[in-house]
Ligand binder design. Structure first.
Ligand code: MG
Length: 262
């Protein structure tokens, strides 16, 4: 009987404590006023660069770009009619500036007179982080997949040879298409081993095709990808693919740097 009373008393006290904790809580406790999010003016459409974006290509010049294989050389692709067209014989180009986490907008178009098939039809790519010469880095594939079969993890909207796009929202050749990418760069420990892997979300023509996909490492054409080299912020790279089909064009490329979340 005594024990039962003691238990009841302790329950009562514990209950009282719980009530008291809530009674002391104020609504202000869970309302944050700083830091205030920076005010950003959105574009007229989702494709227009917002006010805090770094414009990487605005149709006028390639001032923000260099040749990947020799970064002392200005980018040599063709700028005409506000459009950037791949010059396959010159090689890949990449941004002068390096980026960690970011939001990226890219528009691209496969030419109307495209020929070829499979991977040899409108192949280019957006390397979300360039790891140096050639195709080293993490490739978001660009390809004509309106009516063109290839391996699914090599389609437009794929993280090349790692994951298939959730759907195929490809537009016809000759029509402009959009990529909107949220890139979370990998982080590495002091001993250069992986801390957190890269993650990517991709909207292709406004449709979600990669939902916070965790990358296995940089793109590997042959073999299994893995994180073998630690790195910090890196340039964004565009691919001059070596196939014989007519070259892909780009326009309206902008990026917004995002804070580190890792
Ligand atoms: Mg490619």
């Amino acid at each position: 009987m005594y024990l039962q009373k003691a238990i009841m008393a302790s329950v009562f006290i514990a209950g009282l404590g719980f009530v008291n904790a809530n009674a002391q809580a104020k609504h202000e406790d869970t309302e944050f006023y700083t830091p205030v999010p920076i005010k950003v003016t959105p574009g007229k459409t989702f494709a227009d660069a917002p006010s805090d974006a770094i414009v990487l290509f605005n149709g006028k010049n390639l001032d923000q770009w260099v040749m990947t294989d020799d970064r002392t050389q200005p980018a040599k692709w063709i700028v005409s009619d506000n459009i950037l067209t791949v010059d396959k014989k010159t090689g890949n180009i990449e941004t002068k500036q390096s980026f960690g986490n970011y939001q990226l907008h890219v528009e691209w178009r496969v030419p109307q007179n495209i020929t070829g098939e499979g991977q040899a039809r409108g192949n280019s790519g957006v390397f979300l982080a360039s790891m140096g010469k050639g195709d080293a880095g993490y490739e978001l594939q660009v390809l004509d997949n309106y009516e063109n079969k290839t391996y699914t993890n090599g389609m437009a909207g794929s993280i090349y040879k790692q994951t298939t796009p959730l759907v195929n929202p490809s537009r016809k050749q000759g029509e402009w298409q959009t990529y909107d990418v949220i890139w979370t760069a990998p982080t590495f420990k002091a001993d250069s081993s992986l801390n957190t892997p890269a993650k990517v979300t991709v909207f292709f023509n406004g449709v979600l095709v990669q939902n916070n996909f965790i990358l296995k490492g940089p793109t590997q054409y042959v073999g299994t990808p893995s994180y073998t080299k630690a790195h910090g912020p890196l340039p964004v790279k565009l691919q001059a693919h070596g196939d014989k089909s007519q070259p892909v064009s780009f326009r309206n490329i902008w990026i917004r740097e995002l804070p580190s979340t890792n």
